[in-house]
Design a protein around this ligand. Structure first.
Ligand SMILES: [Zn+2]
Length: 330
């Protein structure tokens, strides 16, 4: 009798373990092995990120692949997709680095006035702080996910919902963390396509890091081959309910469903250079050494597993953190 009860208990424990394994395994088509490797990638990217002490420090521009160029700063942040009929700039970097981005664009031989669209991933200063300046220099249309618009148009803060901090040396109407506000000419919605001449960028809205960050997907051609590029920002987890205003179970599940629509991704770009596929494809080196190597060997960017492994690892981590949060809020 005792023996039978013990077996039943064991059976329940095994079932619970299987159930746990099922809920914390990455959704298909990713594998547990990819999730494991993805965890290493996350740690590696964080380690590289710690080397960037000044996000707006200068960085040399270079061609990523085909008609896609890096024109940003030490932290990444700005990319230029070019065509003979006009260019698309994604990300504007910070107010402190806007002139560096302009210099990078011009030093590659491109004209500011040929930029027709400025696509902003989200409203934070490192991404949108230089947008007013870029718009003024180019005359381009500024575009961002629809829920980012009120923030961008108030220099990152949305006064009606989130009172701005008192100005502390930031000048009239500008608190210490404000950036120059800019009118958003086009609010972007999930599935929108932005076209400039032959260029075509598909937009996916993925809430979490802010109300509606926009992921940009497009194809570049190099040496007769097509490469699918995805620029994404940023992963968030439900660590603390008091700090995650834009995360819901539904929004994160939508994120994973959206990412699945995107793969295979040949070239993975985050707004930060520390998480580019090209940076993480290198076994070692400082961020400076990795960036330098990418200028001479751009094929390091082509690595489909970076996106798959990141996605797999983050699905597992999300499920685990959600489980912990649920357990602590009975
Ligand atoms: Zn941000």
């Amino acid at each position: 009798m005792h023996r039978t009860r013990w077996s039943l208990g064991l059976l329940i424990a095994i079932s619970a373990a299987i159930l746990h394994a099922q809920t914390s395994a990455p959704y298909p088509p990713f594998t547990a092995k990819q999730a494991e490797l993805g965890k290493e990638l996350v740690n590696k990217s964080l380690e590289i990120r710690r080397q960037i002490t000044d996000m707006s420090a200068p960085a040399e521009p270079f061609k990523i692949m085909g008609n896609l160029y890096f024109v940003g700063v030490a932290n990444g942040e700005a990319y230029l997709l070019t065509s003979p009929e006009g260019h698309i700039l994604t990300g504007s970097a910070m107010e402190a680095s806007q002139e560096r981005v302009q210099k990078n664009i011009e030093s590659l031989g491109f004209k500011m006035t040929d930029i027709k669209a400025i696509l902003l991933n989200h409203n934070h200063e490192d991404q949108s702080g230089g947008a007013a300046y870029m718009k003024e220099k180019s005359g381009a249309q500024v575009m961002a996910g629809f829920a980012e618009v009120p923030y961008i148009e108030h220099g990152m803060f949305n006064p009606p919902a989130i009172p701005a901090p008192p100005a502390a040396g930031g000048g009239a109407g500008r608190g210490p963390r404000h950036y120059p506000s800019v009118h958003v000419d086009r609010a972007l919605f999930d599935g929108d396509v932005v076209k400039v001449g032959p260029l075509s960028v598909t937009v996916y809205l993925i809430p979490g890091h802010s109300p509606s960050p926009a992921t940009f997907a497009y194809t570049v051609k190099d040496g007769g081959k097509n490469y699918k590029v995805v620029e994404f920002c940023c992963w968030e987890y439900p660590d603390d309910l008091s700090r995650n205003g834009y995360i819901t179970e539904a929004s994160v599940k939508l994120t994973f469903e959206t990412l699945k629509k995107l793969y295979p991704v040949d070239i993975y770009l985050e707004t930060g250079a520390y998480a580019w596929s090209g940076t993480l494809s290198q076994p070692s080196g400082t961020i400076t050494e990795r960036m330098a190597k990418l200028k001479t060997d751009n094929k390091l960017f082509v690595n489909r597993e970076i996106f798959n492994e990141f996605s797999a690892a983050r699905e597992v981590e999300f499920e685990q953190k959600l489980g912990t949060l649920k357990a602590s809020n009975p």
